[in-house]
Design a protein around this ligand. Structure first.
Ligand SMILES: Nc1ncnc2c1ncn2[C@@H]1O[C@H](COP(=O)(O)OP(=O)(O)OP(=O)(O)O)[C@@H](O)[C@H]1O
Length: 310
């Protein structure tokens, strides 16, 4: 378990994280979302003792990271900026980490096999592809068989096969009862991976909720209907007091949308008036749209498309 209570981090006048309080529980994948500069990496660095909070406390399994004995056996992390000694092979890189953390040598071979690098352990990581580098970072995180795993943008730069592999690994780690805390800007990936979400904007907590609850609360629900008898259908809807607007969704040209789930009433109206329908369905907006909706007020750098400048 990871516990943050009133965690604040200031860099000079800039407050990167402001009074963040939340608990990241075992047995679940908790997604950590926020626009660029929201404070995600800073928060992860504070949990890992790489940055000291200006105020508040970050605890892993009930203790500050700095007080952990053999920390790699308690918490493993994959951070965005990683350093690997240029002269060491992948095997030696992991062996040095293992030896300084009281981890048996045999575990090095195990994690290399686990991440699919068993055949290239004798090679130097500087010749590795982005995906292989990412796998080596994950091997380091798993080395101490820790109960807590923190992954900052784990699928960055990976191909679809690599993304699929990371997703399955993350889900498996959580199903084994571990605490898994993952940040990603890839919303479609997060929607498939996370059970729970913590969302921050400008360093402050915006949401701490289940994935299903987040989508229920923040994603628009609507009915989409398409008919070759468009004018008659719109007339029927308007007589029934139902507002419809043209769909702006890509690939939904000619379709109309109504707020909420109105499939039953639209279907009945169409049947009554003997109108042909080519499409009628209830949709819920994606996690991406829900995220954009929630964080639109707290984006640090925003492009103003079409704004007149100068
Ligand atoms: N060492 C530092 N000195 C000064 N400001 C910093 C430092 N580290 C981070 N910041 C600032 O703190 C804020 C939060 O940064 P952080 O990297 O934690 O955000 P993030 O959510 O991880 O962003 P991204 O999604 O772009 O990785 C930003 O405004 C950043 O410029």
């Amino acid at each position: 378990m990871i516990e943050l209570s009133g965690v604040t981090k200031r860099y000079g006048l800039k407050t990167a994280v402001r009074e963040l309080t939340c608990v990241i529980r075992p047995g679940l994948v908790t997604g950590f979302l926020g626009p660029n500069g929201a404070g995600k990496s800073t928060t992860m660095r504070m949990i890992l003792g790489l940055d000291r909070p200006t105020a508040g406390r970050a605890l892993v399994e009930g203790r500050p990271y700095a007080l952990l004995r053999d920390p790699l056996t308690v918490v493993g992390a994959l951070l965005e900026a990683r350093s690997v000694h240029p002269g060491r092979t992948a095997y030696h890189h992991l062996l040095c980490l293992a030896q300084s953390n009281g981890i048996p040598r045999r575990r090095v071979g195990e994690v290399l096999d686990l991440v699919g690098l068993g055949a290239v352990g004798a090679r130097r990581p500087k010749g590795f592809s982005l995906g292989m580098g990412q796998r080596l970072g994950i091997a380091s995180a798993l080395l101490g068989d820790p109960r807590i795993l923190i992954f900052d943008e784990p699928v960055n730069g990976l191909d679809p096969e690599g993304i699929h592999w990371v997703r399955n690994l993350i889900r498996r780690l959580a199903s084994e009862g571990r605490t898994v805390f993952v940040s990603s800007h890839l919303m479609s990936e997060m929607a498939l991976t996370a059970d729970h979400l913590i969302v921050i904007g400008q360093g402050q907590l915006l949401a701490d909720t289940s994935m299903a609850g987040f989508i229920e609360e923040n994603a628009r629900s609507y009915t989409r209907v398409r008919s070759p008898d468009r004018e008659k259908l719109l007339d029927a809807l308007s007589h029934a007091g139902l507002d419809a607007a043209p769909s702006g969704a890509p690939g939904a040209e000619g379709a109309w949308e109504l707020e909420g789930d109105r499939t039953a009433v639209v279907g009945e109206l169409a049947a009554e008036r003997r109108l042909v329908l080519h499409e009628l369905g209830h949709h819920r907006a994606s996690l991406e749209e829900a995220f954009m909706r929630l964080t639109s007020q707290s984006v640090e750098y925003q492009a103003h498309v079409g704004a007149e400048e100068g």
